[in-house]
Design a binder for this molecule. Structure first.
Ligand code: CP
Length: 313
């Protein structure tokens, strides 16, 4: 297989296992490229990409921009907080105005679930979802699975627990889809109030006890409590949450085996993970960020190949 089955990357739900494998193989190549003294390739020289961020981001925004520049694309950046969205301009008007400047691809983060899907029905440009509300964050899940593959040799057959605020997490949903497509077994762990009601319908197990979850797994993906998405209290105090669902060195040392620790960032140090664990060799948090550039280069390259292929016909 040499091309993706989709024109847009809107969510892991909409792509196949073969798509993921192709993205990983392409990322392997780009990872080698970005470790060379000359890190830039001309692959997207005639492509213009708009990064539209309607919500805050550090890692995803910078990682996409770097990936685009490493591929020699022309890049424009849009941040809603300093734009005419503040004057009441709609999403469609904003995007159509940007596209009239001859943009080929759109990378979009938006607070509303399904914003990318909505946009894909109204514009011709290829869309990459960089996080839509509590729905999906596909490139995060791809870089997470790629990092597991790099550290443990494969994703297939591994046991992965996702810990914490599953209810508000686009990272959790995209990870569940990606891990399952690649043959991993997934459990979630956290306070019942932060677990979606019908999670088992996704083929995911629930474990309420963090120690048992860690004893079971090969990999623990620790999620941030997303206070900004909570209108009510989901647990009594942060101290109590940390006591029950935070990982610390004493807990990890008592397991009698070494597991891999992940975190999508940003970290609440001392809440879901202590600093000594986050900075330890067991944690692959910065490897995840590093792999994010190669994964995003692969996604952009493969989607752009489809645009070029269609133009050549
Ligand atoms: N992991 C992640 O999406 O981080 P940012 O919100 O900083 O992009």
């Amino acid at each position: 297989m040499s091309e993706l089955s989709v024109k847009h990357l809107l969510g892991i739900k909409y792509i196949t296992e073969d798509d993921i494998r192709l993205i990983f193989e392409t990322a392997d190549h780009f990872k080698e490229v970005i470790n060379r003294p000359i890190k830039k390739v001309p692959s997207l020289r005639d492509i213009t990409i708009a990064n539209l961020f309607f919500e805050n981001s550090t890692r995803t925004r910078l990682s996409f921009e770097l990936a685009e520049k490493r591929l020699s694309a022309d890049v424009i950046n849009f941040s809603a907080s300093s734009s005419s969205v503040k004057k009441g301009e709609t999403l469609i008007d904003t995007v159509n105005n940007i596209l009239s400047m001859k943009v080929d691809m759109v990378v979009m983060r938006h607070p509303n679930p399904g914003a990318g899907i909505f946009l894909s029905k109204h514009i011709d440009a290829s869309i990459v979802n960089a996080g839509d509300g509590a729905h999906e964050h596909p490139t995060q899940a791809l870089l997470d699975c790629y990092s597991i593959r790099e550290r443990l040799g494969a994703v297939k057959g591994k046991k992965v627990v996702i810990v914490g605020d599953i209810l508000h997490s686009r990272v959790a949903l995209s990870n569940i889809f990606a891990l399952q497509k690649l043959g991993a077994t997934v459990k979630v762990c956290g306070p019942k109030t932060l677990i979606p009601k019908h999670i088992e319908e996704l083929g995911v197990g629930y474990e309420g006890n963090l120690r048992k979850a860690l004893e079971w797994c090969d990999v623990a993906n620790m999620l941030r409590v997303q206070n900004e998405r909570m209108e009510i209290s989901y647990f009594p105090t942060t101290r109590e949450y940390t006591q029950q669902y935070g990982v610390n060195k004493a807990l990890l040392d008592s397991l009698g085996k070494e597991i891999v620790l992940m975190h999508p960032g940003p970290i609440n140090r001392g809440v879901e993970i202590t600093s000594d664990v986050a900075d330890s060799k067991q944690a692959i948090i910065l490897e995840q960020v590093q792999n994010g550039v190669a994964i995003r280069m692969a996604v952009l390259y493969l989607l752009a190949s489809k645009i070029k292929h269609n133009e050549d016909r």
